[in-house]
Design a protein around this ligand. Structure first.
Ligand code: KG4
Ligand code: ZN
Length: 381
């Protein structure tokens, strides 16, 4: 099979991204325009602003990716675009643009599920290190600002199939990081700054219990085998527990003081935030992160054991967390299960993962119809 060059486009949330990947294994160009600065003052993504920023950025971002790859639209084999899940208006920008350019140059279009993209980011990088082939079924933990999902992935012909064996009942893990950071005035996005601050605090200072939801699926239609082990997640309780801790320990004044201090700095760095935190705050964020990481790792390993998997993929924005990585590596290693992460750059949203995930669809001739539409609630199966 000759080389296949796919241009990937991603606009599902707050990153406008384009990339060129060769045959699902070599990253040729990768451009990510992050809207963080736009959403920062609001402490979260504002959907209307996200769509407007995507509209502004999409043409230059795609052009830059093609230039970096030394290619033109005419010399790629296909275009892949995220069609969901995500913000409806944001997705629509990418889907409409991808439809227009493929129509103009007569190239095939492939619609990709964003979550399948995150999973294939791992494969793309493992392939870069050599001819590693995953053992199926594998378990993928997709953990980001919008998702906390466990999928059992199997191979079917050229493509993969996915079966949901667990997901969050309320907030996503990244959302909990972002909301706790907002409550404590640590900045946005919360994950990277809490990751940094937690290294300076005591992770066992405050006990945060997290709901344990491990069960067999009662609905036979949802079962893949006879004996499927399911685990669900729930992170809205821990966010409320942090809020309660703040109230009980009268931390409001210190939070307000930090807000004032950080407002005086043009773009505060993690070190500036650290300098504005007392020991109590550092212990609180370290304990929060410890509880959340513990929950993610223990439930994923429980599902891995219950479903007999040999390898685990951990991916999505929260997979960049250093404590999560260290704990997975240590604990999975003890159990003889291999754990695979994307690099930090490919953990958060990007288009390389979309172009990589599109490759098996290309091989299977699985192309999008002319009337492809964005689907904000798209499920992975
Ligand atoms: O995958 P992503 O870029 O976008 C979504 O699809 O949501 O993930 C963004 C999320 C944010 O909630 C952010 O706080 C979190 O990933 N995140 C982290 C870290 N880096 C990003 N969470 C914990 N530790 C990190 N180092
Ligand atoms: Zn994502």
């Amino acid at each position: 099979m000759s080389d296949v060059y796919i241009l990937g486009i991603e606009t599902s949330c707050d990153e406008t991204a384009a990339a060129v990947v060769r045959s699902g294994e070599e990253l040729i160009a990768n451009v990510v325009y992050s809207q963080i600065a736009t959403h920062q003052p609001f402490g979260g993504v504002v959907p209307e602003l996200a769509s407007r920023e995507h509209l502004r950025a999409i043409v230059p971002v795609v052009r830059q990716a093609l230039e970096q790859a030394n290619r033109t639209l005419e010399s790629v084999d296909a275009v892949a675009v995220t069609r969901g899940p995500g913000l409806a208006g944001a997705l629509l920008v990418g889907v409409s643009y991808a439809k227009a350019i493929t129509y103009a140059v007569g190239k095939p279009l492939i619609g990709v599920n964003h979550l399948e993209g995150h999973i294939h980011a791992v494969l793309l990088e493992e392939r870069k290190h050599g001819k590693w082939t995953p053992q199926f079924p594998l378990l993928a933990l997709v953990v980001s600002g919008g998702h906390t999902h466990l999928y059992l992935a199997r191979q079917r012909e050229a493509g993969w199939t996915y079966h949901d064996v667990g997901h969050t009942r309320d907030d996503a893990a990244g959302e909990a990081f972002d909301k706790v950071a907002k409550l404590l005035e640590l900045g946005y996005p919360g994950g990277p700054v809490i990751d940094f601050l937690a290294r300076h605090g005591h992770g066992h200072a405050v006990k945060f219990p997290i709901a344990q939801i491990k069960h067999r699926d009662r609905n036979p239609e949802n079962r893949h085998g006879d004996d499927e082990t399911r685990v669900d997640f729930s992170y809205s309780g821990i966010k409320t527990a942090v809020l309660r801790y703040v109230e009980v320990h009268n931390m409001r004044k210190a939070i307000e003081e930090r807000r004032r201090k950080l407002r005086e700095i043009a773009s505060p760095k993690a070190e500036d935030v650290l300098a504005a935190c007392d020991k109590q705050t550092l212990d609180l964020v370290a304990s929060f992160q410890n509880a959340l990481v513990n929950d993610l790792v223990s439930k994923t390993l429980y599902a891995a054991r219950g479903n007999n998997v040999a390898s685990i993929f951990v991916t999505g924005g929260v997979a960049a967390n250093s404590e999560l990585r260290a704990r997975f590596e240590a604990q999975a290693g003890e159990e003889g299960v291999s754990v695979h992460f994307p690099s930090r750059k490919l953990s958060t949203d990007n288009a390389a993962m979309i172009a990589a995930a599109a490759y098996p669809h290309y091989l299977a001739g699985d192309f999008a119809p002319d009337d492809l539409s964005a689907d904000a609630g798209l499920r992975l199966r």
